[in-house]
Design a protein around this ligand. Sequence first.
Ligand code: THU
Length: 163
Amino acid sequence: MKHTSLHIPVQIFQDFTELNPSDALLLEAARKATGHAYAPYSNFRVGAAVMLIDGQTLSGSNQENASFPAGICAERVVLSAASATFPGTAIISLALTYVNKSSTSNRPISPCGICRQTLAEYEQRFNHPIRMILGGISGEIFIVNRATDLLPFAFSNQELNTY
Ligand code: THU
């Protein structure tokens, strides 16, 4: 038996002003996107924005449904939009933010499990890490180099025999 451990590098920024210009631009786009969320059930408005390898940006927001499981997270909205509109163009970063009911959005959120799984497969498809920029409307911002850092021991298609 042997022991091992995983190391996940995270950069923590005091606030928005410390970000590099392209991360700041993307987080700003995600913040704007919270305004397009359809979240009448949770009142938790999530915004996500991606940057493609050619510098284009797209944004998305959570879209809920009266049949709750039918709703979709902001991350998967924007990932699908990017892949459907610009197929074959790698996604290099994703910014994620939110506005909640009490309007206290002063610390980062992190993608849910399904979104982590989805992000992992986009990294694999494009063979490119997706830099994750996680922040609230104010407060500290966490940056993680690749989405799969958030999903150790991920399930992947490697063992999946498809016919
Ligand atoms: N949500 C996201 O959009 N992204 C996440 O990573 C976590 C949760 C949405 C789903 C639902 O519309 C609302 O936030 C509350 O869970």
